[in-house]
Design a protein around this ligand. Structure first.
Ligand SMILES: *Cc1c(COP(=O)(O)O)cnc(C)c1O
Length: 494
């Protein structure tokens, strides 16, 4: 007797996942399904669909960590079920966070006695850290204005136009006017002189960036500090500084120890850093530290008592995972100063290899700096036939994810490609990338220009020689930029 498959009634037990009906039926997409499916099938199907995501290790757009040691992966998996907010239940995790805060504050030269505890907190990333720091500045400023009997309804914050989007979010969510110092061609960070000029009595703080997202350059915090010290003396406003060291906070202390950008400067009252960038932890951890207790107004802190000690909490979210905090503590003790220094030096050296390879093609201008976050930002010297967006797209075919984007105001006419060098980007990969860029350039040279093809398709017929080539070129470039800008809203460089 031959049994039909259905008649056995145990298809799931007999068939392999790929022999089961789950790989041929449509799975629920936008509404929860009626019935359950076997765990093996659910795993396989989701895993397979995820194959179409880019490879994180080849995602050169991001500063965020994509590799950690297997021992730390293990610790992360072992703590994946711990809610950080349950401080009573998980006092050791809370203690590890406090140790990280103290280590980081001292790394940034907070003026702390040997037994003094630092003021700071672990966050989901630099964005949350910046919201908290910004709120502290806003509240301090309001309290001061109230005490002086002055209006306190028009706070503003001064930054460069190169700030990361989280500052725009802070400004909009917490109703603070964002006053941006414009950039110019060849100068892509906040000019401290212009920033100091922009400061007025309603300025809650000036935010400087250690490691501009666009080209990795460190802003001149020391000069900003000196200018503001002078201005504060003249006006009595006491305008403080926040340093957004999201990417540079774990670089400068190790390889540029002489650079004064942190709490060594008296007006720097708070600093944020992304643990998940050069802190070398996977996505989901940031830190904010304050210079002293007075810099964080007490009314923003919620106090929880546990085990007889006072646990101040100051975060936007309540629940979150513990594993990133544990992973940060792992990296700090595992690597120590020596380990972080070695990693950062390697990143810098691989950056140099990549930069020299790109320079050797003689086709690009380098827009990033020698000192800064280890990345190479570069733009084409000649745009007559092809542009950076085409290069970015063609590199994708080799597996590389290299973003192209335009600079903010007033340097919008400059487009750059940017490669971030992370810990796991070795010299071998750097050399391969250069070889692939060269291949792309050769291929582009043999291809008809998209620019002239566009001209033929769209404009040539009815144009009758009215437009000069230059105008058309501009049109195409503007079109591309618009395209990328719109795309950026969804998956911007980070
Ligand atoms: C990445 C970055 C941020 C945002 O940090 P997240 O940790 O991703 O929230 C803010 N500022 C700068 C300068 C950055 O590079």
């Amino acid at each position: 007797m031959v049994l039909s498959r259905a008649a056995t009634g145990s298809e799931e037990n007999v068939c392999s996942t790929f022999g089961s009906r789950y790989v041929r039926t449509a799975l629920p997409k936008y509404e929860i399904g009626e019935s359950s499916i076997p765990k093996e099938a659910a795993y396989q199907i989701i895993k397979d669909e995820l194959m179409l995501d880019g490879n994180p290790r080849l995602n050169l757009a991001s500063f965020v960590t994509t590799w950690m040691e297997p021992e730390c992966d293990k610790l992360i998996m072992e703590s994946i079920n711990k809610n950080y907010v349950d401080m009573d239940e998980y006092p050791v995790t809370t203690e590890l966070q406090n140790r990280c805060v103290n280590m980081i504050a001292r790394l940034f030269n907070a003026p702390l006695g040997e037994t003094e505890t630092a003021m700071g907190v672990g966050t989901v990333g630099s964005s949350e850290a910046i919201m908290l720091a910004g709120l502290a500045f806003k509240r301090n400023w309001q309290n001061k204005r109230k005490a002086e009997g002055k209006p306190y309804d028009k706070p503003n914050i001064v930054t460069g136009a190169n700030v990361q989007v989280c500052w725009e979010k802070f400004a909009r969510y917490f109703e603070v006017e964002l006053k941006e110092v414009k950039l110019s061609e060849g100068y892509y960070v906040m000019d401290p002189d212009k920033a100091a000029e922009m400061v007025d009595e309603n300025t809650i703080c000036v935010a400087a960036i250690l490691g501009s997202t666009l080209n990795g350059e460190f802003e001149d915090v020391k000069r900003l500090n000196d200018l503001l010290v002078k201005k504060n003396e003249e006006t009595g406003w006491n305008t403080p500084i926040h340093v957004d060291a999201a990417s540079g906070g774990f670089i400068a202390p190790f390889i540029y120890p002489e650079l004064e950008w942190d709490f060594r400067l008296p007006l720097v009252k708070s600093i944020n850093v992304s643990g998940h960038k050069y802190g070398l932890v996977y996505a989901g951890i940031g830190w904010v530290v304050w210079r002293t207790q007075q810099d964080l107004p007490d009314e923003l802190i919620f106090h929880i008592n546990y085990l007889g000690a006072d646990q101040p909490t100051f975060t936007l979210n309540f629940s979150k995972g513990s594993s990133q905090i544990i992973a940060q503590y792992y990296q700090l003790i595992r690597l120590g100063f020596e380990g972080y220094k070695n990693v950062m030096e390697n990143c810098r050296e691989n950056m140099v290899v990549l930069r020299e390879g790109i320079e050797k093609t003689e086709r690009f201008n380098i827009v990033s700096k020698e000192v800064g976050v280890p990345l190479v930002a570069f733009s084409l010297k000649d745009h007559s036939f092809h542009n950076e967006f085409e290069i970015s797209e063609m590199l994708r075919r080799f597996g590389w994810i290299v973003p192209a984007y335009t600079m903010p105001a007033d340097a919008q006419h400059i487009t750059v490609l940017r490669v971030v060098i992370r810990e796991d980007f070795s010299r071998t990969l750097a050399e391969r990338l250069v070889a692939d860029i060269v291949k792309v350039l050769h291929e582009l040279d043999t291809l008809p220009s998209k620019i002239s093809r566009k001209m033929g398709a769209e404009d040539f017929g009815n144009m009758k020689g009215k437009k000069v080539e230059r105008d058309i070129l501009m049109e195409v470039i503007v079109g591309w930029r618009k395209f990328v800008k719109e795309r950026k809203k969804m998956n911007g460089v980070c």
